[in-house]
Design a protein around this ligand. Structure first.
Ligand SMILES: [Zn+2]
Length: 306
C-alpha cells in the first residue's frame, strides 16, 4: 500500500540539543520570574521572529499590544490546527491565542501527556474553548505500523490501529475531556481501510494537507523549521473561507515559537479579509486523499509530510 517514510520523523529525529536547550532556557525564564503567562509571551515571541528572519520586533510586539481577531465572519471562517503536542511551549501558544481571541483544534499524542503539567495544559485547551483531537498515542504511521523509532511494529492490523486511537481517547476522558470526534493521522498517512476503522470508532478524518488544488488545507510547514515570516507568507497567500491551517506545537520550542509569532500577522490578514476563527471543521477535510480518482503517486506524497 505504501512505503515507509523517507523523511526523518519530526517527533523522533535528532534536533541537536534543541529540546534540552529549550527546556533550560524556559526554566531560566521561569526562575527569573517571567512565568508562563503574559510576560514570557511578550519576551519570547519577538525573539522567535528575530531568529526566524532577522527583522527587528515592532513596538506592538514588544509591548504586547495585540490586535485580536474581529468577530466579522462575513468573509468566511478559518480553522487553526496544531499537531504533536502537548509540549513545553503549548502554554505560550495558548497565551497568544487567548490574546488574539482565536481558537483551534489541538491534535494531541497522548504519549506526550506525561506529567501533571501536561495534563493541565490539555485541560486548559478544552477549558479555553479549543477542541482536542486525536493524533494517535505515539505518532506511529497508521498504515504501515512504522513507529517513531523507525521500527515496523508487528503484528500491525486493525486491532493495533484501533488501539493507537483509543488510547488517546481513554487518556483524555480520564482527564474529564470529551472523547475526540476528530482524528488526524500522523504524516497524513491514511488508507481507506484505516479510515474505515477510525470511522467505526466515531472519528472523522481531518488531514493536515490536501492533494487537490481546491483542498483548502494549508500546511504552514513550520515543522521544517521555517522562520515566522515564511510561515506567514505561506499561510496568508492561501487563507480564505473554510481554510484549515496546519501548525505544530509538539516540535521543539524554537519551531513552535515561530508559529506563535506568525499568528498576529496571520490574524491581521484575516481581519482584512473579514475572516474569523472557528473550531467547526467543515464536513470534507480529507484533502481528496481518499478520493479513488486521485492517482497513487499523489497519495504516496502523504508520507513525506508531518
Ligand atoms: Zn504529527
Amino acid at each position: 500500500m505504501s512505503t515507509p517514510p523517507t523523511k526523518p520523523d519530526p517527533l523522533s529525529s535528532p534536533q541537536s540539543s534543541g529540546p534540552w536547550r529549550s527546556r533550560i532556557a524556559l526554566a531560566m525564564a521561569m526562575v527569573l520570574g517571567f512565568g508562563v503567562f503574559g510576560v514570557a509571551t511578550v519576551r519570547l515571541v519577538p525573539r522567535a521572529m528575530d531568529e526566524g528572519n532577522g527583522r527587528q520586533a515592532t513596538v506592538a510586539e514588544l509591548t504586547g499590544a495585540w490586535r485580536p481577531i474581529n468577530n466579522d465572519c462575513s468573509g468566511g471562517k478559518v480553522v487553526f490546527t496544531f499537531d504533536d503536542g502537548p509540549d513545553e511551549s503549548t502554554a505560550l501558544l495558548l497565551d497568544q491565542m487567548k490574546a488574539l481571541n482565536v481558537h483551534g483544534v489541538f491534535f494531541v499524542n497522548s504519549v506526550n501527556i506525561n506529567s501533571p503539567e501536561r495534563e493541565a495544559i490539555v485541560r486548559r485547551e478544552a477549558a479555553e474553548g479549543h477542541i482536542v483531537g486525536n493524533h494517535t498515542y505515539d505518532h506511529t504511521d497508521l498504515v504501515t505500523g512504522v513507529a517513531t523509532s523507525g521500527l515496523t511494529l508487528s503484528p500491525w492490523g486493525p486491532e493495533q490501529v484501533a488501539n493507537e486511537l483509543e488510547q488517546v481517547s481513554a487518556r483524555l476522558e480520564g482527564l474529564g475531556i470529551s472523547r475526540p470526534r476528530l482524528y488526524r493521522p500522523p504524516y497524513g498517512s491514511i488508507s481507506p481501510g484505516v479510515d474505515e476503522i477510525a470511522r467505526k470508532l466515531g472519528y472523522r478524518l481531518v488531514m493536515s494537507w490536501g492533494v487537490l488544488a481546491d483542498s483548502n488545507l494549508v500546511d504552514s510547514l513550520d515543522y521544517r523549521g521555517l522562520g515566522s515570516r515564511d510561515i506567514v507568507d505561506r499561510v496568508v497567500a492561501a487563507v480564505g473561507p473554510d481554510t484549515i491551517i496546519t501548525m505544530h506545537d509538539g516540535q521543539n520550542i524554537e519551531r513552535t515559537m515561530n508559529s506563535v509569532a506568525a499568528l498576529q500577522p496571520i490574524v491581521d490578514q484575516m481581519n482584512e479579509k473579514r475572516l474569523c476563527s472557528t473550531t467547526d471543521v467543515r464536513p470534507d477535510a480529507t484533502g481528496g486523499v481518499l478520493d479513488p480518482d486521485v492517482p497513487p503517486e499523489l497519495r504516496g506524497h502523504s508520507l513525506d509530510e508531518g
